[in-house]
Design a protein around this ligand. Structure first.
Ligand SMILES: [Zn+2]
Length: 157
């Protein structure tokens, strides 16, 4: 659909939708376009660029050929990314708070304590602390149940 700005002999400006530019020509020649104010059929295009309707493609003679492609997802803006990041940080903080409340902090002694618990050398309890990647791997290989969680580093008081 094309929207034309039209103007009549009496300088009345009005807008009208047409199926296409050629449809406008046909209607104009058959004097089917009239001014809504003075009803004269002496109308012409106002000196202005035509606008294309975003939703009117179904009535256009030349329909775009591609119909089965998925609509492109809108590119994520950096603003969306920031929101997502903030949400992730909040989730980590929440998880962290729950762990800190329920588990005992054994700090760097984590691999040692985890082993002791695993082998029944100390009270079975929930602990958390630090372990290097290698230490964590060793524990897993030994069958010690541990899980890595994302952790927000904070200053020690
Ligand atoms: Zn008029």
């Amino acid at each position: 659909m094309i929207l034309y700005d039209l103007i009549c002999d009496n300088e009345h400006e009005f807008e009208s939708w047409f199926k296409s530019g050629s449809a406008y020509d046909v209607l104009l020649k058959s004097k089917s376009i009239s001014c809504p104010l003075c009803e004269t059929d002496k109308v012409r295009k106002a000196p202005m660029a035509p606008r294309i309707s975003k939703s009117g493609f179904g009535e256009v003679e030349h329909v775009p050929a591609v119909v089965d492609s998925k609509p492109e997802l809108p590119a994520e803006t950096s603003e969306d990314m920031t929101v997502a990041m903030n949400k992730a940080v909040e989730a980590i903080k929440e998880l962290q708070a729950r762990i800190e409340k329920k588990f005992e902090n054994v700090g760097e002694k984590f691999p040692e304590e985890a082993r002791k618990i695993h082998y029944g050398e100390t009270d079975s309890r929930g602990i958390y602390g630090e372990a290097s990647f290698e230490e964590a791997q060793d524990l897993i290989e030994e069958g010690v149940e541990i899980s890595a969680v994302p952790w927000q580093k904070r200053r020690t008081s």
